[in-house]
Ligand binder design. Sequence first.
Ligand code: SF4
Length: 213
Amino acid sequence: MDKKFAIIFAYLKELFPSPETELHYASPFQFLVAVMLSAQATDLQVNKVTDKIFKKIKKTEDLLTMGFDSFERSIKSVNYYHSKAKHIRETAKLLKQRKKIPSELDDLLKLPWVGIKTAKLVAHVLYDKPFIAVDTHIHRVSNRLWLVKTTAPEKTSELLEKRIPDEYKDHAHHALVLFGRYYCTARNPKCEDCKLQKICIHYKESFWTKWII
Ligand code: SF4
């Protein structure tokens, strides 16, 4: 398995020398808000909104003084904007008392609307914790390459965190997300140009299926 990871991460390094989140932010609080907005929304949709509102909202106090209606209106183009506005505002109130965004998963999970994926992503990006926050892209890529054989993203996350060698943990999350988003896409993955063909179960299966049909 270690050899397989070495091949995969060497290739991902070629594709993405310095992979990072595509969400725009300039402060820890902005990152948390962007991640909370990104549930069921694309980074592109979120960036369109945050590029405007983050000119005014840099820290918790800015959001709280803005007023709920105004904040809610400003994120209206994002899915579930009403619930998100409510939860982000509640989060801002809690964080104002705590003064900083928590670094531990248990504490992050106590924030409204923060599930395990968000908590891991925030801890990874803001505090360099070695978590793999598994989204739909990482889940798909990991199963196609048979790094895991799972149906639930939470299980994928747990197994990847155990299996990926520490030396790749810094970049693994972002590199796998970007690979799934731009190369190993859900429909029409760019297999013909992919250097992972030889170790990819999905590629081998689709190759033989083509010939059998
Ligand atoms: S060969 Fe195709 S399915 Fe396999 S990892 Fe590459 S792009 Fe994804």
